[in-house]
Design a protein around this ligand. Structure first.
Ligand SMILES: Nc1ncnc2c1ncn2[C@@H]1O[C@H](COP(=O)(O)OP(=O)(O)O)[C@@H](O)[C@H]1O
Ligand SMILES: [Mg+2]
Length: 295
């Protein structure tokens, strides 16, 4: 175990604790200043049914507008697919939500109370937004279980003995997550030996043990086999309702499976929303067909 890894474990633990504290605050309805750090971050309020609200967001890189007055609302528990040609601004949108990129103008809020543009990247993770990058970043030398354990990072004594004394509740949480990501039978396997798809699921599991309210997934099935893709769709569908999900993906079969013929998708183009509607509708939308064919 390198000091670096232990440091990361401690950080994950700190993030997790802050998030737990935040959810306790929400439950008690409290915004008491004595809650300290989290009280300063704010308590997300989901009573209006809104998980994520972006309004009029503009991001320029050297005068080029990657996002151009982008507005988008995602409801609590909603699974929203975002499609759009390369360069449409999909990843930049996620960068804005997670604090990696600061917009030039606009509004971004988590629930109806948390101003995301005021928070740092780690703070945004702490209030309950999890992001899955395209490339899996699991700890290859550790087992599946240990990866989840690290994500949960059970104890302050983590520096002395990283993997000891999980509480029953924490064990349950890891067990539940192993089931959700279909890796129960592989719990003791070294993560480096997993298939590409399984590594992606493990990484999603590492987000899930921290119980994010909103999950952002950028091209989650890139490089997966057809079967892995199908199982990933099933996984996301099982998360819908408990979490809000924003899924950026090019694979239309996957998007079709996720939307189940009834959920709307958002089409981004040149940094703004070009169309919104059922997949079948937007696929027949003339403007959408044009941008995809590059005419
Ligand atoms: N850090 C950056 N500096 C300059 N241009 C960028 C940067 N990030 C993204 N862009 C540009 O912004 C546009 C949108 O990129 P991106 O959000 O990655 O699109 P998508 O994810 O939809 O393919 C692209 O033209 C890209 O080249
Ligand atoms: Mg992208």
């Amino acid at each position: 175990m390198t000091p670096d890894l232990m440091e990361q474990g401690a950080q994950r633990r700190a993030d997790y604790e802050a998030r737990q504290q935040a959810s306790r605050n929400t439950e008690s309805g409290g915004r008491d200043a004595s809650y300290g750090r989290i009280a300063r971050l704010g308590v997300p309020d989901f009573t209006q049914g809104v998980a994520l609200y972006l309004d009029d967001i503009t991001v320029s890189f050297d005068g080029f507008r990657a996002l151009n007055k982008l507005s988008l609302t995602v409801n609590v528990g909603e699974l929203r697919c975002i499609i759009g040609p390369n360069g449409a601004g999909k990843t930049t949108m996620m960068d804005c939500i997670t604090g990696k990129t600061r917009p030039d103008s606009g509004t971004a809020s988590f629930g109806s109370t948390i101003d995301l543009l005021r928070l740092s990247e780690p703070q945004i993770a702490q209030v309950g937004i999890g992001r899955k990058f395209q490339k899996p970043t699991v700890y290859e030398d550790l087992s599946v279980f240990e990866n989840l354990e690290l994500a949960l990072a059970a104890d302050r004594r983590v520096r002395a003995s990283l993997f000891s004394r999980l509480s029953g509740e924490q064990l349950d949480r890891i067990g539940e997550t192993l089931g959700t990501i279909h890796l129960m039978a592989d719990a003791q396997r070294t993560a480096g030996l997993l298939s590409h798809g399984q590594k992606q699921w493990l990484e999603i599991g590492m987000l899930l043990v921290q119980d994010p309210k909103l999950l952002l997934l950028d091209e989650p099935v890139a490089g997966m086999t057809d079967e892995e893709t199908e199982r990933t769709a099933e996984l996301f569908l099982s998360l819908e309702g408990k979490h809000s999900l924003v899924v950026v993906e090019h694979d239309m079969k996957f998007v079709d499976q996720l939307t189940e013929g009834r959920k709307k998708v958002t089409v981004l183009h040149e940094g703004s929303v070009l169309a919104e509607g059922l997949l079948a509708e937007v696929q027949n939308n003339e403007k959408v067909v044009e941008v995809y064919l590059g005419r």
